[in-house]
Design a protein around this ligand. Structure first.
Ligand SMILES: Nc1nc2c(ncn2[C@@H]2O[C@H](COP(=O)(O)OP(=O)(O)O)[C@@H](O)[C@H]2O)c(=O)[nH]1
Ligand SMILES: Nc1ncnc2c1ncn2[C@@H]1O[C@H](COP(=O)(O)OP(=O)(O)O)[C@@H](O)[C@H]1O
Ligand SMILES: [Mg+2]
Length: 205
């Protein structure tokens, strides 16, 4: 990624709906996004996936990112926002109908910066899950994900980061009247039925 200013004109002109997908590690963001893509044809961009791809690219910045992610901390705002902008522009060039920004914002400043530079999100969808359930799901995922951050030590740090930096994001969008709080302890389909209610309403609005 270069430091040059990214020209967002095509993205702003497209004016397609943008949804923030927020929730603790293991809350089901990726799982629900897959189902939302299948039903609504929106573009799913996971900040974590974009970062892991950057790490895989072997760029010098990638090495720095690995350390931060394995420590369960947040990578710098500009890094993750630039990755998202570039990915969104690629999708818009292919005729995207709208975006699921999965795993972003993870702190209030990220959301404000995104909305100031790109456009306001229509809705922030928040998957509410107890810490016990998050840990159980992540340890299960660890059996197959091969992710360097799916281990008990890093999980604990990610939960701390979520409580300190990301929980305020939930309050921030609730205050704006732009939060869909979805209890996400049930089955995948029960949760998805709730998601559809909120998205249908938001897309019609
Ligand atoms: N039991 C149960 N497991 C789920 C549910 N949603 C996701 N999972 C599992 O929990 C783990 C984390 O899900 P994922 O979608 O990666 O969550 P993310 O970390 O928020 O992106 C994965 O192993 C999923 O298969 C759910 O509703 N119920
Ligand atoms: N918006 C973001 N801001 C800063 N760091 C991020 C962001 N999104 C992801 N990361 C980094 O990538 C890691 C994995 O994120 P992600 O794949 O979304 O996790 P999960 O899907 O388990 O919630 C995070 O723990 C963090 O280190
Ligand atoms: Mg995920």
């Amino acid at each position: 990624m270069s430091d040059k200013k990214i020209d967002l004109t095509p993205l702003k002109k497209a004016g397609v709906p943008i949804f923030f997908i927020v929730g603790g590690p293991g809350s089901g963001k990726g799982t629900q996004c897959e189902k939302i893509v299948a039903k609504y044809g929106l573009s799913h961009l996971s900040s974590g996936d974009l970062l892991r791809a950057e790490v895989k690219s072997g760029s010098s910045r990638g090495a720095e990112l690995t350390k931060i992610m394995e420590a369960g901390q947040l990578v710098p705002l500009t890094v993750v926002l630039d990755l998202i902008k570039e990915a969104m522009l690629k999708e818009v060039a292919k005729g995207s109908k709208g975006f699921l920004i999965d795993g972003y914002p993870r702190e209030v400043a990220q959301g404000d910066q995104f909305e100031a530079e790109i456009m306001p999100a229509k809705l922030a969808v928040y998957f509410e899950v107890s810490e016990d359930t998050l840990v159980k799901r992540l340890l299960k995922r660890a059996e197959t994900s091969g992710r360097a951050d799916d281990n008990m030590d890093t999980i604990k740090k990610r939960l701390k980061t979520f409580n300190e930096a990301t929980a305020p994001v939930v309050a921030h969008y609730e205050k704006k009247g732009k939060l869909a709080r979805i209890k996400a302890e049930g089955t995948v389909d029960e949760i998805f039925a709730e998601v559809v209610k909120h998205l249908d309403k938001a897309i019609k609005a």
